[in-house]
Design a protein around this ligand. Structure first.
Ligand code: SF4
Ligand code: SF4
Length: 291
């Protein structure tokens, strides 16, 4: 790392993530065909002292960590100032094959989507560990907040459930997308994706956020059109008012889980229908797609 300027560091970390996702045999749905779990990722960076982190205490919950708090839990003996930290965030897009399978479904997820939610999140965990390890090899301290033993989901007055570190909020701050009516993050590769992040002790210029508001890319919030995700939900958990997480969770964690165990033979849970066959599935939707 010595001698690299901040643009070189950004390019190095971006390639490190892309290379692992695009070439590692770990990126697999663990099905017979050995299909890959995730497509070519997007990577963004944000500063540890971005004003949004403090605002999440109000908008998400008082328990939501700032990058410095997460970092200090991982490295309790080292003092670090927020401006010396960078959040590295990534988007792992669903593959074309998984999206094609899921578009056809009306009630339950297909096997590929269920595998992406279950085994694909295990891939995301390995990616977090890989990034932390590669940074450590270069002498840079880093930690993945959601892998810290102190991380947990939390009850939330506003959102029903939230957590001490939200990967989607980290991606939003890191210039990777804005929230949609169904709560998913709409990114340049769409909403059918998962996100991950690490907090690292290095200074990299923040990725520009090409949006002003946190819901700019959603056609419902920007043009009062679309609502196609509402029609996709088999249990009416979505409406103009947003996402009923209790109804959604019951479908995902009870009904779909039982279906996945019986039909596909593993203990996963998933749904994802509102992330496919909608204008924001694979990119930022244009106003004409909302009609
Ligand atoms: S389907 Fe339409 S209304 Fe729903 S999140 Fe996407 S853009 Fe917004
Ligand atoms: S994940 Fe499934 S149950 Fe939940 S809101 Fe989306 S379509 Fe509805």
């Amino acid at each position: 790392m010595a001698g690299r300027n901040s643009n070189d560091k950004a390019a190095w970390i971006t390639e490190l993530i892309r290379d692992w996702v695009n070439t590692s045999p770990e990126n697999t749905l663990r099905n017979k065909a050995g299909d890959r779990a995730w497509d070519d990722p997007l990577v963004g960076f944000s500063c540890g002292d971005d004003a949004y982190w403090e605002s999440f205490r109000e908008h998400v919950g008082p328990y939501h960590w700032t990058p410095a708090e997460a970092f200090m839990l991982a490295f309790p003996n080292g003092n670090v100032s927020p401006e010396r930290l960078t959040v590295v965030s990534w988007v792992l897009p669903q593959t074309g094959a998984t999206k094609l399978d899921t578009r056809k479904e009306k009630t339950y997820p297909p096997e590929s989507w269920a595998r992406a939610r279950f085994y694909g999140e295990a891939v995301n965990e390995k990616l977090r560990m890989h990034v932390v390890a590669e940074l450590a090899k270069a002498g840079i301290r880093a930690a993945a907040p959601v892998l810290l033993p102190q991380w947990s989901r939390m009850p939330s007055e506003k959102f029903t459930f939230a957590s001490k570190w939200s990967e989607r909020h980290a991606a939003f701050v890191s210039g990777l997308g804005t929230f949609g009516l169904s709560d998913g993050l709409i990114t340049p590769r769409g909403k059918a994706m998962r996100t991950g992040s690490v907090v690292a002790e290095l200074e990299i210029p923040a990725t520009p956020r090409p949006y002003k508001g946190h819901q700019d890319y959603c056609l419902w919030f920007s043009h009062k059109t679309c609502k196609k995700c509402v029609a996709r939900c088999p249990v009416h958990a979505l409406s103009e008012k947003g996402h009923d997480k209790i109804v959604c969770s019951k479908h995902v964690h009870d009904t779909c889980k039982a279906y996945i165990v019986e039909r596909f033979g593993f203990e996963g849970y998933a749904c994802g229908l509102c992330q496919t066959a909608v204008p924001c599935e694979s990119g930022i939707p244009s106003p004409g797609e909302g009609k």
